[in-house]
Ligand binder design. Structure first.
Ligand SMILES: *[C@@H]1O[C@H](CO)[C@@H](O)[C@H](O)[C@H]1NC(C)=O
Ligand SMILES: *[C@@H]1O[C@H](CO)[C@@H](O)[C@H](O)[C@H]1NC(C)=O
Ligand SMILES: *[C@@H]1O[C@H](CO)[C@@H](O)[C@H](O)[C@H]1NC(C)=O
Ligand SMILES: *[C@@H]1O[C@H](CO)[C@@H](O)[C@H](O)[C@H]1NC(C)=O
Ligand SMILES: *[C@@H]1O[C@H](CO)[C@@H](O)[C@H](O)[C@H]1NC(C)=O
Ligand SMILES: *[C@@H]1O[C@H](CO)[C@@H](O)[C@H](O)[C@H]1NC(C)=O
Length: 432
């Protein structure tokens, strides 16, 4: 008697639980879908507002030193302050780095990392005339939006942008090709060291770029070993993994979004390990310069089958395979630390005296992207989710719903309005 009563009770409880779960899932899907749709619409708008507004004024900074204040964390980490300080010391970059918000009154530049600019974050309440506020962007727009940043912060607060996009004020790519001082001689047989075909190491199987869809198609016609969260092979998290990956002829370096110039460290890491990177670059997703035959773009082919045929051909013809390494005679790559090097570049740029006073409209700048997002139907997304048992991306937040309301402000007028927020009377000069 007693046990069956308990069972019945449990059954009722589990039914209620299932019911609540179902409600939760449905509500989530609706919200997720509508956000995704709005987001897509938002990105595809053409903004007619100028991206950079110059005030026609020269700003002098006659101090001998420059101090850079990192206002936010970097992917929630505070330690980028120490990393940058050490980097600056090692490479003799002549600016001071600080993470102490109390230094705001003496800082010459203030850096805001976009992905850490959550809507609950506070901006400095002090802004001096010489101070440059910089939006630092290391991820693609689809990832920035869910912080709520575009909803909270008006479009004209930053003076400069710094990012992988080549149209940033400070261009900060994840890596770059450099002409060698003296060209290398002789040719190395790179094919000789390769015993395996293609490696994929991807941790997010559901994304805007539909990486997994292309990969599965490709794997039908050529051998692809899947490592990482979406795969069945395990790569130990150490140098051992590097050794394993080095034996592959090709490396999948698909980016998770197809956005303007969005090329991350994956690409450079593949070059470092002497593999040929297989990229999924679309439209304006380009490096300003890449030597011929330094990568293979799957979208240069008609189908994944054609890509596979080409890879299979290269694996049987060492001469052809090695031709993808010929650029190494004249060029070398700079990856890894490059993102930190870019802060040295920023440091040098800060020393230009005087500077032209300007603001960038970061919303308009982000809208002028060519991101291709995948917001088809909730069913597609759900089935893709179940099929690959991956983790759904966090839904993109409310941001862009509100952001349109803040758009038609004249930057100069805006700067004037800010005077009440920034007590140190710096905006009066725009009044005349
Ligand atoms: C935005 O502008 C581009 C080129 O000027 C055009 O091809 C595209 O259709 C426009 N998009 C919208 C939504 O108006
Ligand atoms: C900084 O130096 C320049 C050139 O020497 C000078 O014209 C300017 O007035 C100085 N600015 C300040 C704020 O001292
Ligand atoms: C950094 O600041 C300290 C004191 O605040 C100063 O002694 C030092 O020279 C500065 N370093 C650079 C590279 O500007
Ligand atoms: C968008 O950005 C590209 C690259 O920076 C530039 O060539 C183009 O003129 C921009 N379009 C608009 C409408 O600002
Ligand atoms: C490999 O490719 C080269 C250049 O395209 C060609 O000359 C050669 O005959 C090919 N070798 C084989 C074994 O197919
Ligand atoms: C930075 O932006 C502020 C806010 O609009 C503006 O008042 C100031 O002149 C700008 N400074 C520089 C050096 O661009």
């Amino acid at each position: 008697m007693k046990t069956s009563a308990v069972k019945c009770h449990e059954l009722k409880r589990s039914r209620l639980f299932l019911f609540l779960c179902a409600i939760f899932v449905i509500v989530n899907l609706i919200i997720f879908q509508s956000f995704n749709l709005r987001y897509t619409i938002y990105l595809q708008q053409n903004s007619s507002r100028p991206r950079v507004t110059k005030f026609g004024e020269k700003i002098w900074n006659n101090k001998t030193e420059r101090k850079i204040l990192l206002w936010t964390t970097f992917f929630l980490e505070k330690k980028w302050v120490r990393i940058l300080q050490e980097h600056f010391q090692r490479y003799g970059c002549d600016c001071n780095i600080t993470g102490n918000r109390d230094d705001i009154q003496t800082a010459d530049a203030v850096i805001f990392h976009a992905l850490d600019l959550w809507f609950w974050e506070k901006l400095p309440t002090y802004r001096s005339k010489e101070q440059i506020w910089i939006l630092f962007v290391a991820e693609s727009p689809p990832h920035i939006h869910y912080t709520g940043m575009t909803w909270k912060f008006p479009p004209y607060i930053f003076n400069w942008t710094m990012s992988y996009r080549s149209d940033s004020t400070v261009y900060a790519p994840y890596g770059r090709f450099r002409v060698k001082k003296s060209p290398g001689i002789g040719t190395i047989d790179f094919a000789k060291t390769k015993s395996k075909m293609t490696a994929s190491l991807i941790s997010n199987c559901y994304d805007d770029a539909k990486r997994y869809v292309h990969l599965k198609e490709l794997a039908k016609y050529t051998k692809v070993d899947f490592y990482g969260r979406c795969g069945d092979k395990i790569c130990p998290r150490s140098s051992e993994c590097d050794e394993i990956l080095k034996t592959y002829r090709f490396k999948i370096t698909f980016e998770n979004s197809n956005c303007r110039d969005y090329i991350t460290e994956k690409f450079w890491n593949a070059l470092y390990s002497n593999s040929i990177p297989l990229v999924n670059w679309k439209k304006d997703q380009r490096l300003p310069f890449a030597p011929p035959r330094s990568y293979i773009n799957i979208f240069d082919f008609r189908s994944m089958r054609d890509v596979a045929d080409y890879l299979n051909f290269l694996s049987t013809n060492d001469t052809e395979y090695n031709s993808f390494f010929q650029w190494r005679r004249d060029y070398e790559i700079e990856g890894g630390d490059v993102i930190w090097h870019m802060f040295c570049k920023l440091c040098r740029k800060l020393k230009v005296n005087p500077l032209d006073a300007q603001v960038v409209d970061y919303l308009s700048w982000m809208q002028n992207d060519t991101c291709q997002t995948w917001s088809v139907s909730i069913f597609l997304q759900t089935s893709s989710y179940l099929k690959h048992r991956s983790h759904l991306q966090r839904p993109i937040s409310l941001t862009y719903i509100m952001s349109d309301m803040r758009m038609d402000i004249d930057p100069v007028v805006w700067a004037l309005q800010q005077r009440s927020i920034y007590p140190n009377d710096i905006y009066t000069r725009h009044r005349s």
